[in-house]
Write a protein that binds this ligand. Structure first.
Ligand SMILES: Cc1cc2nc3c(=O)[nH]c(=O)nc-3n(C[C@H](O)[C@H](O)[C@H](O)COP(=O)(O)OP(=O)(O)OC[C@H]3O[C@@H](n4cnc5c(N)ncnc54)[C@H](O)[C@@H]3O)c2cc1C
Length: 401
């Protein structure tokens, strides 16, 4: 009987094993994860869960019984430490589990502050796992001072929760403007204004020179020489793809575990999906950190493991919730040379991007229609007329006809 082993019981791993069973795969499936809880969704960790508006059980992607009912051996609190040449994985406890096909869905690890900066101080938090957020949540009480390092989505979402809970918040975006790596200037301007309206002190191009406090962080001296007092620090400074198993197995790495169009690594018996995997798309190799990618790539890999030979060619989409604004993004705006703002000055607005005359992405803030139309145009490979987008009285849905 064919044996499939999946390392990493996160969004991608859980989606993949469910898809294998729904496709009728009758062999054995083992899903191994190092965290103590069943696979769960991470997005609420920096949103509703941190706000205290969501119970832990609602984070779980499926009830534990699902894995029993579907004959999926779910092994929690089990770290895989090696893949050996005889097609076996080895756990930290020394157990060897053989496979015919292996999937690496190992995600990534939140980047930590260099130890030369962090020292051994308490009160420094990363935001990746449920355990991280359970540790951090008690810090979020009204009147306290939060220092957030990182102007990406995780930093901004943590800042939004802190501001909503009545904390005094300073956010540092050390490498320049907020959202520099992931969104356009227009979208960054929108979110900067939104946060400032909620009292967040956003400092762009300023980082931490030195942390204050001996046992516990009490503030920081910043790279411009100024000083911020803080009761705790949240670091949202990026993710390192978890590639160590792939590296030790001699697989090709390239900004993550390199896979081909079908999700296969440089070893034909090993596949990868989700945050850990980089894949070819439109002539470049990319790695996406999103729920959409974790699910869609994992499901495509499941199909291909069973012989479908279908390439993975997504229209990426992503969302973020900050205060009462829902951001929805379809496509990738990097490299755009034209942007049109629809609804400028309003809370509901959308930003439309073109590169060399081709429509490539839309960022929609509280504009579900703009997002839906933009996404469908991208999926159909269609190019909307910029004049229609720019005309606030034009019916966007007409673009779909
Ligand atoms: C706070 C937060 C908010 C987010 N918000 C959004 C959002 O709004 N929208 C969006 O689209 N995306 C969001 N994301 C990103 C999204 O959650 C990830 O892209 C997604 O979880 C990736 O799934 P994955 O399965 O690839 O990786 P993960 O979810 O990281 O799962 C990988 C699992 O593998 C385990 N593992 C790794 N190595 C080993 C090993 N050697 N042995 C055993 N187990 C191992 C890890 O412990 C982990 O449980 C957010 C992420 C975070 C952290």
């Amino acid at each position: 009987m064919t044996r499939i082993v999946v390392v990493g019981a996160g969004q991608a791993g859980a989606s993949l094993v469910a898809k294998l069973r729904s496709l009728g795969f009758a062999g054995t499936i083992t899903l191994i994860g190092e965290e103590p809880v069943p696979p769960y969704q991470r997005p609420p960790l920096s949103k509703k869960y941190l706000l205290g508006e969501m119970e832990e059980e609602r984070l779980y992607l499926r009830p534990a019984q699902f894995y029993v009912d579907n004959d999926i051996a779910l092994r929690l609190e089990t770290r895989v430490t090696a893949i050996d040449a005889a097609r076996r994985i080895v756990t930290a406890g020394g157990e060897e589990i053989p496979y015919d096909q292996l999937v690496l869905a190992t995600g990534g690890r939140a980047r930590a502050l260099p130890s030369s900066v962090a020292g051994h101080r308490d009160g420094i938090h990363l935001v990746r796992t449920l355990a991280d957020v359970d540790r951090m949540a008690p810090e979020f009480t009204a009147g306290r001072r939060a220092l957030v390092l990182g102007g990406g989505y995780i930093g901004l979402e943590a800042a939004a929760v802190a501001a909503l809970r009545g904390l005094e918040v300073t956010l540092l975006s050390a490498n320049g403007r907020i959202l520099r790596r992931v969104a356009s200037e227009a979208t960054a301007d929108y979110f900067r204004t939104l946060h400032q309206r909620h009292g967040v002190n956003i400092r762009e191009g300023v980082g931490i020179a030195e942390l204050l406090g001996t046992q516990r962080v009490t503030g920081a001296i910043l790279t411009d020489g100024s000083r911020v007092e803080a009761d705790f620090l949240v670091a949202g400074i990026g993710l390192d793809a978890a590639t160590e198993l792939a590296l030790s197995a001699g697989l090709t790495l390239d900004n993550g575990i390199a896979v081909d169009d079908f999700g296969r690594t440089s070893d034909p018996a090993i596949w990868a999906a989700g945050d850990c995997a980089s894949f070819p798309l439109a002539g470049v190799r990319i790695r996406l950190e999103s729920v959409q990618n974790a699910i869609d790539q994992a499901e495509r890999v499941a199909e291909n493991m069973l012989g479908a030979a279908k390439p993975y060619v997504p229209v990426p989409w992503f969302w973020s919730d900050q205060y009462d604004v829902k951001l929805q993004i379809a496509g990738l705006s990097s490299g755009h040379d034209q942007v049109l703002v629809r609804g400028a000055g309003e809370t509901a607005q959308s930003h439309w991007y073109w590169r060399r005359g081709q429509f490539i992405a839309v960022d929609a803030m509280n504009d579900a229609r703009g997002y839906m139309v933009g996404k469908r145009l991208l999926e159909a490979g269609r190019n909307p007329d910029p004049a229609v987008i720019a005309d606030p009285s034009a019916d966007l849905k007409a673009l779909l006809r």
